[in-house]
Design a protein. Structure first.
Length: 594
């Protein structure tokens, strides 16, 4: 009777589960534009969708629901929740073995973190790109190539950005991806705008806007008006730029697009300032600060770092459980074989067999204890690193909130004094400008210190990027300088701890600064290489000096002391009229592979 009752229930349950899966999939596959347009409301829908998927053990539905939650929370400006659900989606996709979804989600995570943590954004994007290309997965590569181009653009690597934008556009046009094509068109147009190719840029912006208008994509339309604002701003046509930023802001506020609202307020303030309308500029800048403070702060970055550590710790704990279960299985199998062996050989050498069994059991036990100890040590090390990271974040938060805000107040006060009084061209104006510039330099130094404290480890790739940013700022005053930084591809993933990395960065920064200020150099080259040691050369074609006749200044003494503090070496090679070469030598023990 029980069997007769069971079969009708089974036939009733199968179509019900299939129907539930169909409903879950239909919600997860809502058009991209709709998901963004309704981001302020869809979190509740996807939370229920994830719960329903979990109840019927539908892994794909659960993972895609988490992925959509990450997307909508990102557009709502709730970055902690966005990162949390991205990691949940990755864990589910890995569990069900869907590598395409894993690659896609890593790419989305990298893109979402681009304005909060560029090194992490690049790390996750490269992970996504490598995985998608190895499968290969054309669908995921559509967005990964385009979004990787965005990261390159934000790092001012325009040639690389344009290469990846065009690579993604070719695939999108081939499969007629009407949702993705406008993203690529806009990104290519941005590069053309930056290069001054305005006619081609305007044509691409217009093509993208028309596609989004035809699809009634409110997010895309708001984004395109924002791009038009950037386009006119680049041409110094502030009034049409202002009109387009206002159109974008109106749509963004209506749909609660936090990051677009923030960007538009700041841009509107800058346009009013360019038009000399300082009252309106100040009002919009206050609105920008209000929105910015409500979305991005150090607590958000601290939470994201905590989520990453928890994700990595969970992976280690999972390995511990799997290892423990494997050892238990080995023990069970060993006991089964031992019993069989005893049954067959019960009459032969009983004492020898018992001794052998005891020895084997003890060996397995010792092996289990050793492996569990190693895994516990690994987890303890992660927890220690987590505590150290929390301490670094706490210190950097205090530096940012206290000293950073005070320095910003000084700059604001100096600028207000200059606007309030007619001091143009006077000695007081020069003095106030000097104070403002010194304070800005101090803020840059503070940000460098906070960057090193938050990083934990500094990759050579990040070091080169930081040096390039420093040189680009220096070019504003010395535009004729030709700068080159050479880093072998195989060294990009080598890293140092933050203390070593910061000392190396400061030495390179001081050497470049001296070459710019005192040597009259037109070429500066930084070369990093690896042999028995790690060598860094900073050379210029400047005037040079006679080290026997010229006393070394505080800067060079500080550079030598920094190297001595970390166990490195620094020497100077120079002569009058033949430029200067500063060589830094680091022991391999200071370097690790990530």
């Amino acid at each position: 009777m029980k069997r007769l009752w069971f079969f009708p229930m089974l036939f009733w349950a199968v179509p019900l589960i299939a129907q539930n899966r169909k409903t879950i999939d239909s919600l997860n596959n809502i058009p991209f534009e709709t998901r963004l347009a309704q981001a302020s409301k869809l979190d509740v829908v996807y939370l229920k969708n994830a719960s329903d998927s979990k109840k019927i053990k539908y892994g794909l539905g659960e993972g895609e629901s988490y992925s959509n939650l990450s997307l909508v929370y990102n557009y709502k400006g709730k970055y902690n929740l966005s990162t949390d659900y991205a990691f949940r989606a990755i864990q589910v996709f890995e569990r069900i073995g869907n590598r395409k979804k894993v690659a896609f989600q890593y790419g989305e995570l990298g893109y979402q973190m681009k304005r909060r943590n560029m090194p992490k954004a690049q790390y996750y994007m490269l992970k996504a790109k490598s995985l998608a290309e190895s499968i290969p997965d054309t669908t995921s590569l559509l967005s990964i190539y385009n979004n990787y181009g965005v990261l390159k653009e934000m790092q001012n690597q325009l040639d690389s950005a344009l290469y990846f934008y065009k690579k993604g556009l070719v695939i999108k046009r081939h499969i007629k991806d009407v949702t993705g094509i406008p993203f690529s068109l806009n990104n290519i147009a941005i590069i053309y705008t930056m290069e001054g190719n305005y006619d081609q840029a305007y044509a691409l912006f217009s093509e993208a806007l028309q596609m989004r208008l035809s699809k009634k994509d409110s997010v895309g339309i708001a984004e395109n008006y924002c791009y038009y604002g950037d386009f006119y701003s680049a041409k110094k046509e502030f009034r049409p730029a202002l009109d387009n930023y206002r159109k974008s802001l109106e749509i963004s506020k209506k749909n609660k697009y936090a990051h677009l609202i923030q960007y538009n307020y700041e841009s509107i303030a800058l346009m009013h300032q360019g038009l000399g309308e300082y009252k309106q500029a100040l009002e919009n800048y206050r609105q920008f600060e209000k929105v910015k403070d409500s979305t991005v702060n150090f607590d958000t970055n601290a939470r994201i770092a905590e989520l990453e550590v928890q994700f990595e710790t969970g992976q280690k704990e999972k390995q511990l459980v799997e290892s423990h279960n494997k050892l238990l299985q080995e023990q069970a199998e060993s006991r089964r074989k031992t019993i069989l062996f005893l049954f067959i050989c019960s009459g032969v050498s009983s004492l020898g067999i018992i001794g052998y069994l005891l020895y084997r059991q003890q060996k397995l036990k010792n092996r289990q204890i050793l492996q569990e100890h190693e895994l516990r040590s690994a987890i303890a090390n992660i927890e220690t690193q987590n505590k150290l990271q929390q301490q670094r974040l706490s210190i950097s938060r205090d530096l940012h909130d206290n000293i950073g805000s005070q320095l910003t107040f000084i700059i604001s006060s100096v600028e207000n004094l200059k606007y309030a009084f007619d001091i143009a061209g006077s000695k007081l104006d020069t003095k106030l400008s000097g104070i403002s510039e010194f304070t800005r330099d101090t803020i840059v130094e503070l940000r460098d210190t906070i960057w090193a404290m938050n990083s934990g480890e500094i990759k050579f790739e990040d070091l080169v990027s930081r040096i390039s940013n420093f040189v680009e700022k220096a070019r504003e005053a010395q535009s004729q300088i030709d700068f080159e930084c050479v880093l072998p591809h195989e060294m990009e993933n080598l890293s140092m701890n933050s203390a070593v990395g910061m000392n190396v960065y400061r030495c390179i920064q001081e050497a470049i600064n001296n070459a710019i200020k005192y040597s009259g150099a037109t070429k500066i080259r930084v070369e990093i290489r690896q042999s028995e040691t790690i060598g860094i050369d900073i050379s210029d074609n400047g005037s040079g000096f006679n080290p026997e006749k010229v006393a070394l200044g505080n800067g060079l003494h500080n550079m030598k002391k920094r190297m001595a503090d970390i166990g490195g070496k620094l020497r100077i090679e120079t002569s009058v009229g033949k430029g200067t070469r500063i060589h830094i030598d680091l022991d391999q023990s200071l370097i690790r592979k990530t």
